[in-house]
Design a protein around this ligand. Structure first.
Ligand SMILES: [Zn+2]
Length: 690
């Protein structure tokens, strides 16, 4: 499970012209290396979208890397290369043409010297969306994103120009460039052709109507249901279609995605001797075995060792989250590398996990009697690829296997440098526009810490909490199916909201006792108003993304006064001077509603109650009020508020002595295009330095 970045509080750090950390080098040496620019690419680098509203692109630094020991730097470097080697796997999972479109556009761009600037810009603009979303569909909403400035005719013109400049395009047998473009045309330009990557709408055949490349286009739900349970629950598989049947294709060396996985394994093998602990070493070895055999048991073993290893350098590499699969089972690739920053407070929260478990509002039979203290770390990220980069989450709680969480606990990672990459200017504008005047100071002064503790609690005591009914024989994710991700995210959010007022938090030093009431108020307000503010991103009245469905459910439930509608949860949406705002009349009543909903969701999860899960989300968590949405969108457009962020990560470069790596340096000197083009070059590249 991952937690999304909060987009209403991005920090606008203007792109500052500071000398890079390499400034000590001689000019000659720098010229010779021809790599390092003098710009520190940190903070807002650019905006995308016709109104600058689609994305804010933020460069992040990873302070503290230089202080790591050389062996840790080496480990980080090899894991970094492993993450980068897998960066297009998710493109390949996204849509059958997603990687082809990326390569086509990159090739055009690389041969665009002398091209009419507007045409070049139109190609690059669309390419940036492809990089960020890893395909033609929005990473979160799974709806097709059309080019802003590119038309089919202009794409043709650009491709022909590049071809004349010497570009060589990958062509299928006997296919001309013209035929290739014609083949890709509906995927890129036709909004009605395969409009949704992941369709989970009730009543639809979710396989047949989803264009995600985890399933051959001819497959239906019936074909998948006909497979043995073992295949239906498999994490690392694509389903082809042969002789009227679904045929599993396993991701492994020698199977699907062979060469990408072989490159990843090459770097994992180099990382192995640098491991910081025995668990970490074993984890890496199991991961290599998993990629070699495709045997999911090896990935489970990796997960156990990974969650137990509490090391300075940490990483993710694998098919982990399952938001892309309409059934919510198959994993999408992501890789990341990070190192621990300061974990004192989150560690104290983890020590008290059982204290909070005992105080959950649900019946005791669904409470854990003992909790293995979860590993919880606040880290700085060096790189994220695939599912987690350039569109980065704020935090993780893994593994996703419920039985492993029950038996071994979980690991929580808060991505500090990502969470802090935001814009003060945008934050203030958001608070002034969207919050009722009487709440603005509270949110301004306490919103940050409220958000911090909401994330900590969501991850550390939220996802790991609760126990399923003894009668439930399968993983609740499998039992509940399509509503599970949203339900689990919502459950973790509710745990945070429910316990935010517990005196234990002040006791462990989370904040001062006298500040707690304000922090709780800021947390509730920004949770509810924050969800309403997300309406600015919705093209229709339907909520699609899992976390947002959860947040919408909380809002809908509180406003409606519960399932029977006979409760007052102290929460309103009011109209003032023509604008809509969330109003929190009574925090205690709101908390009561939070506790009631949390109990409902825990009971649903514990019993794998699909019908109840679907019903409660259909009722409160999927539709938004059209009038509120229109109003929010107008106000956001006036402020040119960016809807989402994309991250440009630091770059690692080894310092060589002969064929040995003597040191590893970290640079923040790339923009989005430079970084993505470099990553594409590194896909099958095993050389060091690159
Ligand atoms: Zn989560």
């Amino acid at each position: 499970m991952k937690t999304g970045r909060m987009l209403s509080s991005l920090l606008l750090v203007s792109c500052t012209l500071v000398l890079a950390c390499s400034s000590y080098r001689t000019v000659e040496k720098q010229k010779a290396e021809n790599a390092v620019t003098a710009k520190r690419m940190v903070g807002e680098l650019e905006r995308l979208g016709k109104n600058g509203q689609d994305f804010i692109v933020l460069g992040v630094d990873a302070p503290g890397f230089d202080q790591l020991a050389i062996k840790q730097k080496l480990l980080a470097y090899y894991l970094y290369r492993a993450a980068v080697a897998g960066h297009t796997l998710i493109d390949q999972q996204n849509h059958r043409y997603a990687l082809e479109i990326r390569t086509l556009l990159e090739t055009i761009y690389l041969f665009s010297k002398g091209m009419e600037p507007q045409l070049q810009e139109a190609v690059l603009d669309y390419l940036k969306y492809i990089w960020i979303n890893h395909g033609p569909y929005d990473h979160d909403s799974h709806v097709k994103t059309l080019p802003n400035y590119l038309t089919y005719e202009r794409l043709q013109k650009a491709a022909e120009y590049a071809q004349a400049q010497g570009a060589r395009f990958e062509l299928e047998q006997e296919e001309t460039l013209k035929a290739k473009l014609e083949r890709l045309r509906p995927t890129i330009f036709d909004p009605n052709f395969e409009p949704i990557m992941t369709n989970q709408k009730k009543g639809d055949d979710i396989i047949a109507t989803s264009s995600v490349n985890l399933y051959d286009r001819r497959l239906t739900e019936k074909d998948i249901d006909a497979l043995p349970a073992e295949w239906q629950q498999r994490l690392n598989v694509r389903f082809g279609f042969e002789n009227g049947k679904a045929i599993p294709q396993v991701y492994k060396i020698g199977g699907l995605y062979s060469e990408d996985l072989a490159t990843i394994c090459h770097f994992l093998s180099l990382a192995l001797p640098c491991a910081e602990s025995e668990e970490q070493r074993r984890g890496i070895q199991f991961l290599i075995d998993f990629y070699n055999t495709g045997d999911e048991e090896k990935f489970r073993q990796y997960s156990i060792n990974w969650l137990r290893s509490n090391t300075i350098i940490d990483y993710l590499n694998g098919f982990i989250e399952s938001y892309m699969d309409p059934r919510g089972v198959i994993g999408q690739f992501e890789g990341n590398v990070s190192f621990v920053s300061d974990s004192t407070l989150i560690d104290r929260l983890a020590e008290n996990a059982l204290y909070f478990e005992k105080r959950m509002p649900w019946p005791d039979i669904y409470k854990l009697d003992k909790i293995n203290k979860p590993v919880a770390n606040v880290v700085n990220v060096i790189v994220e690829t695939g599912d987690s980069g350039p569109a980065s989450p704020a935090a993780y709680n893994l593994p996703n296997y419920n039985d492993l969480r029950r038996d071994y606990g979980s690991k929580n990672i808060i991505l500090l440098n990502i969470e802090e990459a935001r814009s003060e200017k945008i934050r203030n504008a958001t608070i002034d526009e969207f919050y009722l005047p009487e709440y603005r100071e509270t949110v301004r002064n306490f919103g940050d810490r409220a958000r911090q503790w909401e994330v900590y609690m969501h991850e550390v005591i939220g996802h790991g909490s609760g126990k399923v009914a003894a009668s439930l024989k399968v993983d609740p994710a499998v039992a509940i199916g399509r509503a599970y991700s949203s339900l689990e995210e919502c459950r973790a959010d509710l745990v945070a909201l429910y316990h935010a007022s517990d005196p234990k938090l002040a006791e462990i030093g989370a904040f001062k006792k006298e500040e707690q009431a304000d922090i709780v108020r800021a947390m509730y307000l920004s949770f509810l108003q924050g969800q309403m503010n997300r309406y600015r991103m919705y093209e229709d009245d339907f909520v699609r993304e899992a976390h947002q469905r959860g947040q919408q459910l909380v809002m809908g439930f509180l406003l409606a006064g519960g399932e029977k509608g006979n409760q007052d949860y102290g929460t309103r949406v009011v109209k003032k001077d023509g604008n809509f705002y969330v109003q929190l009349l009574d925090l205690e009543k709101a908390r009561k509603g939070i506790g009631n909903l949390l109990t409902v969701l825990q009971v649903i999860k514990a019993n794998g109650d699909t019908a109840a899960a679907t019903q409660i989300f259909d009722r409160f968590g999927t539709r938004v009020n059209p009038e509120w949405r229109r109003n929010i969108r107008e106000r956001a457009a006036r402020l040119k508020l960016p809807n989402k962020s994309a991250i440009v990560f630091p770059r690692l470069e080894p310092v060589m002595e002969g064929s040995e790596i003597k040191d590893v340096r970290l640079y923040v000197d790339e923009d989005l295009a430079t970084q993505q083009l470099r990553m594409s070059r590194l896909r099958f590249n095993k050389r060091i330095p690159e």
